[in-house]
Write a protein that binds this ligand. Sequence first.
Ligand SMILES: NC(=O)c1ccc[n+]([C@@H]2O[C@H](COP(=O)([O-])OP(=O)(O)OC[C@H]3O[C@@H](n4cnc5c(N)ncnc54)[C@H](O)[C@@H]3O)[C@@H](O)[C@H]2O)c1
Length: 343
Amino acid sequence: MGKVRFGIIGAGGIAPFHIYSIRKAGGEVVAIADPAFDRAKKLGAEKNLEAFDDYKKMAAKKDIDVVTLCIPSGLHMQAAVDCMELGKHVISEKPLEVTLEKIDRMLQVSKETGRHLSCILQSRFFDNAARIKEAVVAGKFGKLTLGDCYNKWFRSPEYYKGAGWRATWEMDGGGALMNQAVHAVDLLLYLMGDVESVSAYCETLVHPIQVEDTAAAVVRFRNGALGVIEGTTSVYPGEQRKMEIHGSKGTAILEGYDTLRKYEFAGEPDRSAEFNKEEARGGASDPLAMSKDTHSRQFKAWIDAFTAGKVPPVPAAEARRSVELILAIYKSARERKEIRLPL
Ligand SMILES: NC(=O)c1ccc[n+]([C@@H]2O[C@H](COP(=O)([O-])OP(=O)(O)OC[C@H]3O[C@@H](n4cnc5c(N)ncnc54)[C@H](O)[C@@H]3O)[C@@H](O)[C@H]2O)c1
């Protein structure tokens, strides 16, 4: 099998991360499409890609196996459905979509067409996140008691002015949680398992936007553990994300993408320092200050699984979970009551 060939849909902020990461992961990037054709042409010329003004024309090309969606979140469903029907596998940026109805339609078309549908949730692919997951599976935490994620980020007024779709219910699906903290929420679910119920407050305290810039939720996991989720774009200057997993026999604290602050289990010393390598920068204050490398591990895992004939990560059904939990948090805040999952 030759290299897996990719087309990119959307030539905005995240697209260069895809081009860089796919190439680093051993894939071939062939083309880019954007109705703002100047953008597609400019990025295409810089990165040596054929440019299109319409993703359907690009997806009709025979020499493309997979398309990646780098377009506003509320447009993911339509583009994914169109491209799967044209025979392409699809890797969507996060969140997979902004409503469960749209996600379920995507899942249905993936099943009908037999095309893979995956979602970029790159935080899962860092070494120490994977190390904590292995420790959970091996039972090293004993009984899991608390799982927390703190995504106290900042976004500037310029960030919101930079693209009209941001911070709108229709196209962004929410604010600090649905756009920024979705990675942390995904990782929390990946490590702690599903949530049974949630009570939350969501407020818009700083930015003149439709959606929340400050959110706090308390969750009860199905395994009985409790936890806290905080997400903001209102906390200056923006802190590194923190994940804290605790049990009767162990604690792991992960900061940023991959720095362990604690990794200690009963009968073993804290080994966190041993496992820390050079940190990949996150997007605590500025989304585009994120390391280019954050996506390459997931693209490598995707390409390896695909070429081996396996289901590539992260499958759409998995990516649905964080959207469902965030929607439950919004519902709890709106209705001022505890919400039980599934919705
Ligand atoms: N994984 C991450 O860490 C990460 C980081 C940033 C953004 N994202 C996600 O990436 C997606 C895009 O975000 P962005 O910041 O790059 O947005 P952006 O506004 O910078 O760029 C979006 C681009 O999509 C184009 N577009 C709009 N409709 C289109 C269509 N029908 N066909 C093709 N192109 C179309 C726009 O013209 C624009 O060039 C969002 O879902 C966002 O949540 C993920």
